[in-house]
Design a protein around this ligand. Structure first.
Ligand code: FA5
Length: 346
């Protein structure tokens, strides 16, 4: 009988269904309002002779009720199965290690600048900034380094159009400040500087300096020495040896430099295999800063009376100072963004 095969076919089709989304097609095929195989039979009952009409009608209704029930059972089954797979997928394994979130930090050089600046701030120094693109006049001429002066050779730089240069040191900030402010002046100025330089373990072409300038009445060379000695004691500790020796810079008189003992060879000038220390080039010392008393010509260039005022200045290399304290063997590491190197400074 038709009804029997409809029920059988419908149940078989239903059996094949594995997703709720596929049930609709099967449902329509048998129970759809227009063309459903069972629906058509029910709709045409009226055309049957009364005896058969009753029999077929009863059976057709039973099949319909049974199929409806089977469909909703299957639907419920599929829905709970898909919910389970969904939950399974979303299951959280609380025993797994968490995802580590790496927070960015300031670059070690920036941190060193902050730390060094703090030491000077506690000694009463203000902080000033100057531009990285400087005029030839402020970078050289006003600092008593006229054109064709041999000192310009040591500061070979990147020249720009219109007598502008990438500053070779932070000393032009001295000029800018002294031109705009009257003494007393007591400030430091950290910043980036640029030199056309053959790089090696202690020389980079882009590095950082911190300039210091004090101008007042009766400022003496011993004030300079005391300030620098205090700085090195606080920053390096009392165990690190430093030395203060004469040097030449056209914008100071007298001029000096401060060296720090090479941490790699401990001043012995040799490495562990007895060869020349590659870091300090077998000198036992690393130059840390240049300094001196502000030259009277510089005072005249910026409009400060050298008879009334005196002052000292210094310019320290931030990378060299940090290298010494953190025992970094090559300045070029600071320019690479190798996270393994940077993480050591946390
Ligand atoms: C100067 O730049 C002077 N302006 C310093 C100064 C300021 C003297 C005020 C007197 C008064 P110098 O070229 O020596 O001097 O550089 C100063 C410091 O910068 C050095 O002692 C060193 O620590 C660092 N330095 C110099 N050249 C390099 C380089 N190529 N790479 C990394 N650090 C450097």
């Amino acid at each position: 009988m038709d009804l029997e095969s409809i029920e059988k076919d419908a149940l078989e089709d239903l059996n094949q269904v594995t997703a709720v989304s596929d049930m609709e097609t099967v449902y329509i095929k048998y129970l759809g309002r227009k063309e459903g195989r069972l629906t058509v039979i029910l709709r045409n009952l009226g055309q049957l002779p009364p005896e058969e009409k009753k029999k077929v009608g009863q059976e057709a209704n039973r099949v319909r009720a049974s199929l409806e029930e089977k469909f909703s059972e299957k639907k419920a089954l599929l829905e709970s199965a898909s919910l389970l797979t969904h939950l399974e997928k979303e299951k959280v394994d609380w025993s797994l290690p968490g995802l580590e979130f790496h927070r960015g930090t300031a670059h070690p050089i920036l941190n060193a600048i902050r730390e060094i600046s703090d030491i000077f701030r506690k000694m009463g120094f203000d902080i000033a900034e100057g531009p990285e693109v400087e005029t030839d006049q402020f970078n050289f001429t006003d600092l008593n380094i006229p054109e064709n002066h041999p000192a310009r050779d040591m500061h070979d730089t990147f020249y720009l159009e219109g007598s502008r240069v990438m500053r070779t040191h932070t000393s032009p900030v001295q000029v800018r400040i002294m031109r705009s402010a009257q003494p007393p002046i007591r400030l430091i100025s950290p910043g980036r500087v640029f030199r056309h330089e053959a790089t090696d373990a202690t020389h980079a072409a882009i590095f950082h300096q911190i300039e210091g300038l004090v101008v007042d009445q009766h400022v003496s060379f011993s004030d300079l020495k005391a300030v620098l000695a205090h700085f090195s004691e606080v920053y390096f500790g009392t165990q690190t040896r430093v030395r203060f020796l004469p040097s030449y810079f056209p914008f100071v008189e007298p001029g000096a430099q401060m060296d720090v003992q090479c941490f790699l060879c401990q001043g012995t000038q040799k490495n562990s295999s007895g060869q020349a220390c590659p870091l300090c080039k077998a000198t036992g010392w690393i130059e840390m800063l240049g300094a001196g008393m502000v030259h009277s010509q510089v005072f005249r260039n910026v409009g400060i009376d050298p008879e009334k005022y005196s002052g000292f200045a210094f310019g320290m290399g931030v990378e060299r100072i940090l290298m010494t304290r953190s025992q970094v063997r090559d300045i070029r590491y600071f320019l690479e963004s190798d996270i393994r190197f940077l993480r050591q400074f946390k």
